[in-house]
Design a binder for this molecule. Structure first.
Ligand code: A3D
Length: 320
C-alpha cells in the first residue's frame, strides 16, 4: 500500500517542525508548500538528510506550486503570519484571511478529499473561513487549539503536583484566545478530578486559578520570551497528534475547533469542543453538560469567536 501523503501548507516555524515530526513518526510522505521560494525546498532537504541517522522511511519535497499537493490525505495549514509581542491573535485577522482564501482554493482544486487541520490564527475564525473558501465537508476541516491549550494546562498541573504529565488529563474548550475555558471539573490526575485534589490538600483554589490564567496566557508567555514569533514545537506536536488520529483511525477523543451543527446549542460555526477523530475526520462532537459558571465562560468565548467571524464577513463580502 502506498504511504499516505501529508501536505504542509506553510513551511515556517510550525511547518518545518511538523515535517520533522511526521517524518520521524513515519506518518507518510511529506510535501512542504510555501509561497517563499527556497524555504520549503531547503527545509525538506535538511529534514531528509536527518533520515539516515534517525532511520525513517519517508520522502520529503518542497514546493511552491499547489499542483504538488495533489491527492494529499492530510493538509495541515500554518500559512500566514504569527504575532509579535504586544499583538493579539485577532490583530492577524485581515492579513491571514486573504491567505486562507488562496489556501482554501488551492486545497479544493488539488486535495479535495484531504482531512484539513488549520493552525493559522485567529484560529476559530480562520478555520471557519478556510472551510468556506475550500467548500470541503465541514467534518473534514478542523482547527488545532484545544490539544495545545490542554497540553499547556497539563504541563502546568504536572509541575504543581510533581507527577508525570502522562497521568494528568485536562480539558480546555471554547475559542483559542483570552476567553478559552479550562474545565477544571473534567481535568484529573490519575482519574482524580481537580476539585477533589483541592479537598485532599494537594493544591488550593488560588493556585489552581493562577494555573488556569497561565494556561490562558500560555501563547503570550512564549511570544514575550521569543520576541520574534510565536510557539512552534508544542503547536506542531499537537497537530501531529490529530493527524495521526485520522490516519490511523484511532478514534481519539480530542478537543479541537470543530463545526457545530446543533451541539452546544451552536449552529454553523467553529469553536473548541470535545470531538472524536478517526478515519471519518471529525466523527462526532461530544456534547457535554456544563455547569452554569462553565456555560457562562463558554458563551463569553463563543461571543468573541462570533465577533471575529462577522469581522471576516465585513472584510470579504463573498463570505457573507
Ligand atoms: P511563520 O514561521 O511565519 O510561518 C508562516 C509561513 O507561512 C511562512 O513561511 C510564510 O512564507 C508562509 N506564507 C505566508 N503567506 C502564505 C500563503 N499565501 N501561502 C502559503 N504560505 C504562506 O509562522 P509560524 O509557523 O510560527 O505560525 C504559523 C501560524 O500559526 C500563525 O498564524 C500563528 O499565529 C499560528 N499559531 C497558531 C497556534 C494555535 O494554537 C492555533 C499556535 C502557534 C501559532
Amino acid at each position: 500500500m502506498a504511504r499516505p501523503k501529508i501536505a504542509l501548507i506553510g513551511a515556517g516555524q510550525i511547518g518545518g517542525t511538523l515535517a520533522h515530526l511526521a517524518a520521524i513518526k513515519e506518518l507518510g510522505d511529506i510535501i512542504l508548500f510555501d509561497i517563499a521560494e527556497g524555504t520549503p525546498q531547503g527545509k525538506a532537504l535538511d529534514i531528509a538528510e536527518s533520515g539516515p541517522s534517525e532511520g525513517f522511511d519517508a520522502s520529503l519535497k518542497g514546493a511552491n506550486d499547489y499542483a504538488d499537493i495533489a491527492g494529499a490525505d492530510v493538509c495541515i495549514v500554518t500559512a500566514g503570519v504569527p504575532r509579535k509581542p504586544g499583538m493579539s491573535r485577532d490583530d492577524l485577522l485581515g492579513i491571514n484571511l486573504k491567505v486562507m482564501k488562496s489556501v482554501g482554493e488551492g486545497i479544493a482544486a488539488n486535495a479535495p478529499d484531504a482531512f484539513v487541520i488549520c493552525i493559522t490564527n485567529p484560529l476559530d475564525a480562520m478555520v471557519w473561513a478556510l472551510q468556506q473558501f475550500s467548500g470541503l465537508p465541514a467534518h473534514k476541516v478542523c482547527g488545532m487549539a484545544g490539544v495545545l491549550d490542554s497540553a499547556r494546562f497539563r504541563h502546568f498541573l504536572s509541575l504543581e503536583f510533581n507527577v508525570s504529565m502522562k497521568d494528568v488529563t485536562a480539558f480546555v474548550l471554547g475559542g483559542h484566545g483570552d476567553t478559552m475555558v479550562p474545565l477544571t471539573r473534567y481535568s484529573t490526575v490519575g482519574g482524580i478530578p481537580l476539585p477533589d485534589l483541592i479537598k485532599m490538600g494537594w493544591t488550593t483554589q488560588e493556585k489552581l486559578d493562577a494555573i488556569v490564567q497561565r494556561t490562558r496566557d500560555g501563547g503570550a508567555e512564549i511570544v514575550g520570551l521569543l520576541k520574534t514569533g510565536s510557539a512552534f514545537y508544542a503547536p506542531a506536536t499537537s497537530a501531529i497528534e490529530m493527524a495521526e488520529a485520522y490516519l490511523k483511525d484511532q478514534k481519539r477523543l480530542l478537543p479541537c475547533a470543530a463545526w457545530c451543527d446543533g451541539e452546544f446549542g451552536l449552529k454553523g460555526f467553529y469553536v473548541g469542543v470535545p470531538t472524536i477523530i478517526g478515519a471519518g475526520g471529525i466523527e462526532k462532537v461530544v456534547d457535554i453538560k456544563m455547569t452554569k459558571d462553565e456555560q457562562a465562560m463558554f458563551d463569553n468565548s463563543v461571543t468573541a469567536v462570533k465577533g471575529l467571524v462577522e469581522a471576516c464577513k465585513g472584510i470579504d463580502p463573498s463570505l457573507a
